[in-house]
Ligand binder design. Structure first.
Ligand SMILES: [Zn+2]
Length: 325
C-alpha cells in the first residue's frame, strides 16, 4: 500500500518527452545529460525547496513549496473530514495495527508538475511519471516518517484524499510495510523482492478503497469508465488485480472502486472477516478466505453493479433534461 503509481493522465506527457529524448541522444550522450541534470538538481535539499511548514493536527503535517493560508486551512479541513469518515467506516481509531509507529503523515507539496519532476527523485528516490506517491516507509521503526509526495495541478493538490486514505489504511487496516502486503510492484524506493506472492493480492482493496472513501458515491470517472469498458470483470477476477500483472488504471482504480464499495456496503460481515487477517498480517489466511468464497459473490456483485450503472444513467439523463430546460 506504500507505493501507488497513479499513472493517470500525466504519464502521457512525460512519456512523450522520454521518447523524444531517446531518439535524439546516444547512450553516452544520454548519460552525460543525465549527470548534468543530476548535478544541477542536486544543489537544493528538500528543506530549501519545501520551505512552508503547516501543522494540521497530531496526525498530519504539511511541507510545501507554496501554500497560502487559505489553501492550508482548506486542505487541513478536507483531510480531517476524510479521516473522520475513515474512522466512522472502520471503527479502529484507537487501534492501529501492531508495530505501527506511523502516527503522523507528512504531506510534501511541490508548486507544479515541473517542480515535482525536477526535485522529487532527488528528494525521495521516486520516479515522477505518476500523479504522486505515498511512501509508508518502515512503520515498525519508531523514527520512521510516512511521506506523501504530490504537487499543485492548477489550484488543486493532486490525489490528496486518495493518498491520505492509503496512509490511514496502512496504519489501521493492513499490517506491515508495503513489501509485506500482496502485490507485484518491485520498483524503487522499496524494491520489494521478487517473485511476487501468489494471487489474490491486496491491490484491489488498497486502491479501490482509497478511491471509494476519497470519492464516496459520486465518482463519474469510474462510472463512465465501467460503462464504456470492454471488460466485464467478475468480483473474483477483481480480487486478482495487481500493479504489473492484471493491472491498468481501469482495473486497479475503477473496478477496484466498485469491488470495495460492494464489499463494504453489501458484504460487510465478510469484509470484517477479511480485515481481521489483513490487520494481523495473516496474508495466507486472507488468501485462503478469498479463495473459499470462490465465484459465489460474482453473480450478486454483477447484479448490484448493473443496478448502480442503471441509477447513474438515469441520474445523467435527468441532469441533461434539467440543464436543457
Ligand atoms: Zn493509490
Amino acid at each position: 500500500m506504500t507505493f501507488h503509481p497513479l499513472k493517470l493522465f500525466l504519464a502521457v506527457s512525460s512519456l512523450a518527452c522520454f521518447i523524444a529524448f531517446q531518439t535524439q541522444a546516444s547512450p553516452s550522450q544520454k548519460q552525460d545529460l543525465k549527470n548534468k541534470n543530476n548535478l544541477s538538481q542536486n544543489t537544493q535539499p528538500v528543506e530549501k525547496v519545501l520551505v512552508i511548514s503547516h501543522v494540521c493536527s497530531d496526525s498530519l503535517v504539511i511541507r510545501a513549496q507554496k501554500l497560502s493560508s487559505t489553501q492550508a486551512s482548506q486542505t487541513c479541513a478536507m483531510l480531517t473530514e476524510k479521516e473522520k469518515l475513515f474512522h466512522e467506516t472502520f471503527q479502529q481509531k484507537d487501534n492501529p495495527v501492531k508495530h505501527d509507529f506511523n502516527s503522523k503523515l507528512r504531506v510534501n507539496i511541490y508548486a507544479s508538475r515541473d517542480d515535482y519532476a525536477k526535485f522529487a527523485t532527488q528528494h525521495f528516490n521516486i520516479s515522477t511519471d505518476n500523479g504522486g506517491m505515498y511512501l509508508e516507509g518502515l512503520p515498525h521503526l519508531p523514527d520512521n516518517q510516512a511521506e506523501f509526495i504530490t504537487y499543485f495541478r492548477g489550484d488543486i493538490i493532486w490525489n490528496l484524499s486518495h493518498e491520505y486514505i492509503h496512509y490511514l489504511d496502512g496504519r489501521f487496516n493492513i499490517y506491515g510495510d508495503f513489501c509485506a502486503a500482496l502485490h507485484d510492484s518491485h520498483e524503487p524506493p522499496e524494491n520489494c523482492a521478487k517473485p511476487a506472492p501468489l494471487l489474490p493480492h491486496t491491490v484491489w482493496w488498497s486502491e479501490g478503497m482509497a478511491e471509494y472513501l476519497a470519492k464516496g458515491n459520486t465518482h463519474p470517472r469510474a462510472f463512465d469508465a465501467i460503462e464504456k469498458s470492454e471488460n466485464n470483470f467478475s468480483l473474483s477476477q477483481i480480487f486478482d488485480t495487481s500493479y504489473e500483472k492484471n493491472g491498468g488504471t481501469e482495473r486497479v482504480y475503477y473496478w477496484g472502486y466498485f469491488a470495495t464499495r460492494y464489499m463494504l456496503e453489501e458484504q460487510r460481515d465478510k469484509t470484517e472477516q477479511m480485515l481481521v487477517f489483513l490487520r494481523t498480517g495473516d496474508f495466507p489466511r486472507y488468501q485462503a478466505l478469498l479463495r473459499s468464497w470462490g465465484d459465489s459473490l460474482d453473480k450478486p456483485f454483477a447484479a448490484w453493479l448493473k443496478q448502480q450503472l442503471k441509477e447513474y444513467s438515469a441520474l445523467k439523463s435527468n441532469q441533461a433534461v434539467n440543464t436543457s430546460k
